[in-house]
Design a protein around this ligand. Structure first.
Ligand code: NZQ
Ligand code: ZN
Length: 379
């Protein structure tokens, strides 16, 4: 077991009707709110109206920044932060999935510091404070609602990167599974895949602790058990609730106890696909994970064996990898580049992108030779 420090200050409100407490919670940070949301789903399905009602009931003044894209871009954060500074907002409310919340996290740092969003992402500035952030989550996947990470794309520099910073922890997050009932089947599946990928990134990180391994296996098994049931019955409250809790616990620090943190090599590969082809995050991971596991199977043989035994009851490394591929396939996530319309003509473009960012895991390093093998394997 490795030495470790645990810290998570985010208050989580989970369950039916929890947003009744939203106004009161937000109000303690001030009167003027920057409300951030995505490209329309929250209005279409009525979540926006519910949130506005709660905020207005508490006498809050609301400034809006809509339009955050899936695979969010830094430009939106720049414009929203300017608006937030000009309007002197006291608090940010993010209503949406990971893209909206991640964007709001960087807005919170940019508004409070007056620094440029991309300088913040690149760790070029010292940050002392953030505008308080309160979230209403509408999609179970990333875990951003209870962690200190934010991921943004910059097409000018050709990067999709994450910033991990203590000031990124949201003050509060409201998780009502009813708000996720309308997530389309494809994004529901990508969310299930994403949370499993988070558990795997933690599992293949540096160091291991018996209990933490068991927590990781439980998260994966729970998601694999309830996920397919949810996809057959997407409006079922209990099923949505189970997957929502799986997603939060898969990346809120719980899976790092007794380790030095996750590997994140597969996420680095996936981010290159999202940058180039706007591939949804979860789909980029179901393409990249099989290739990564095949590449690393000799280097991490014992870890894969343990995983296979505990999750699938198999003693074979190959069978374990195959079971993951079959699971992703069964929930209709792509497991190859071909399935998202790419072929060998795209190979050099993907390799250039990987080289440009010199992508790697934090624990299991990747080099140029690995890139070539990975891309061939993903085809
Ligand atoms: O834009 P709208 O119209 O709101 O539609 C969204 C979007 O098209 C839609 N949606 C969200 N909630 C809905 C809904 N549709 C119907 N009903 C609802 N209740 O779903 C689409 C995807 O939304 P998005 O926020 O992009 O999805 P997700 O939550 O998967 O977030 C993905 C982003 O998070 C980053 C990813 O890289 C990606 O950029 N990640 C953030 C992490 C973190 N901060 O810890 C870790 C992850 O590994 C990940 O990298
Ligand atoms: Zn992820």
């Amino acid at each position: 077991m490795e030495n470790f420090t645990a810290y998570n200050p985010t208050r989580l409100h989970f369950g039916k009707g929890v947003t009744n407490l939203l106004g009161r919670t937000v109000k303690q940070y001030g009167k003027k709110v920057l409300l951030v949301y995505g490209q329309g789903s929250v209005k279409k399905y009525g979540y926006y109206d519910q949130v506005i009602e709660q905020l207005k009931k508490s006498g809050l003044e609301i400034i809006e920044y809509p339009g955050i894209k899936p695979n969010p871009v830094v430009e939106d954060v720049v414009v929203a932060a300017e608006l937030g500074r000009k309007e002197k907002v006291n608090v940010i409310v993010a209503l949406g999935g990971g893209s909206v919340i991640d964007s709001a996290k960087i807005m919170a740092l940019a508004i409070a510091s007056g620094k440029k969003a991309w300088d913040i992402m690149k760790n070029r500035v010292i940050l002392r404070t953030a505008t308080p952030l309160v979230n209403v989550l509408t999609l179970a996947a990333t875990g951003t609602e209870m962690n200190n990470a934010a991921v943004l794309q910059n097409h000018e520099t050709g990067e999709k990167i994450g910033l991990v910073h203590e000031l990124n922890f949201p003050k509060s997050s409201f998780l009502d599974p009813q708000f996720t009932a309308t997530v389309p089947l494809n994004y529901t599946a990508y969310g299930i895949a994403d949370l499993i990928a988070h558990a795997l990134e933690a599992y293949f990180g540096e160091g291991e602790a018996s209990l933490t391994d068991r927590i990781i296996f439980s998260i994966i098994k729970d998601a694999m058990y309830w996920g397919p049931k949810l996809l057959n019955n997407p409006e079922d409250y209990e099923l949505r609730a189970n997957i929502m809790l799986d997603a939060t616990l898969a990346l809120n620090g719980l899976t790092y106890y007794g380790t030095k943190g996750g590997d994140w090599g597969v996420h680095a590969i996936g981010h290159q696909l999202s940058l180039l082809y706007d591939t949804p995050h979860g789909a980029s991971l179901t393409i990249a994970y099989p290739a990564w596991l095949k590449l690393q199977k000799n280097r991490v043989q014992e870890r894969i064996k343990k995983l296979g035994k505990e999750v699938f009851g198999t003693y074979s490394v190959e069978d374990c990898i195959d079971r993951f591929i079959k699971f992703f396939f069964s929930i209709k996530c792509p497991v190859s580049l071909t399935e998202i319309g790419l072929d060998t003509q795209h190979k050099s473009e993907i390799l250039d992108q990987m080289n440009h960012n010199k992508i790697s895991g934090l624990h299991h390093k990747l080099n140029e030779e690995d890139y070539e093998k990975l891309v061939n394997s993903m085809m």
